[in-house]
Write a protein that binds this ligand. Structure first.
Ligand code: UTP
Length: 190
């Protein structure tokens, strides 16, 4: 029940972050010292993913560059003896991890973005991670918790968050039948 593929839909227009996202990717906005997408990628790799599938759109080339080998930069850092910085750059994508980039030509929504991953994912089970939602999993990362539920129940797993009643209109909402602590079976989408 190992999941080897992780899909990152990163083709959204990011209108809520304008003007920061007019020409730059929302997922490249830094939180402390790393871009958001790097947190998501690290979480997927620690949960066992080896193949990362990015669904990209316009203004998202920086995401591709971020996970590409930066040959000139690495050579320069090596020549200057900046070993710690070199290590930071090289650890962005650990050995054995591959990246696939698929272009979503039009921002037709999250569901469509996930569907664009089909040629790379096929019939395998896979993770989907929205990098713009940085989740503090407290004791263990959210994706690892979801993976555990998947291994126990063998079904699709969706991470949900409680929101104040006044904000409910801004979200997709699910109707849950509780089945355990923090765990529910989805009865319907409201
Ligand atoms: P959001 O709902 O946050 O949409 O997408 P958005 O376009 O990024 O931002 P706003 O609403 O305009 O401010 C959730 C995730 O789905 C991706 C986004 O990149 C984000 O990671 N997405 C959304 C796509 O990949 N393609 C789409 O057509 C829409």
């Amino acid at each position: 029940m190992r999941i080897r593929k992780a899909v990152f839909p990163v083709a959204g227009l990011g209108t809520r972050f304008l003007p920061a996202t007019k020409a730059s990717a929302k997922e490249m906005l830094p939180v402390v010292d790393k871009p958001l997408i790097q947190y998501a990628v690290s979480e997927a790799i620690s949960a066992g993913a080896e193949e990362l599938v990015f669904i990209t759109g316009r203004s998202k080339n920086s995401i591709m560059d971020h996970f590409d080998k930066a040959y000139e930069l690495e050579t320069e850092l090596e020549q200057r003896g900046k070993e710690e910085l070199l290590k930071i750059v090289q650890e962005i994508l650990p050995p054995g991890i591959t990246c696939i980039f698929i272009r979503q030509a039009e921002a037709l929504g999250l569901g469509h973005a996930v569907l664009c991953a089909w040629p790379a994912v096929g019939d395998e089970d896979f993770f989907v991670i929205l990098a713009d939602d940085l989740i503090d999993g407290k004791l263990r990362p959210c994706l690892a918790q979801m993976h555990r539920v998947y291994q126990e129940y063998g079904t699709s797993v969706l991470a949900c968050e409680r929101v104040p009643h006044s904000e409910i209109g801004s979200y997709g909402v699910v109707d849950l039948k509780p089945v355990g602590p923090g765990l529910g079976e989805i009865k319907g989408i409201v």
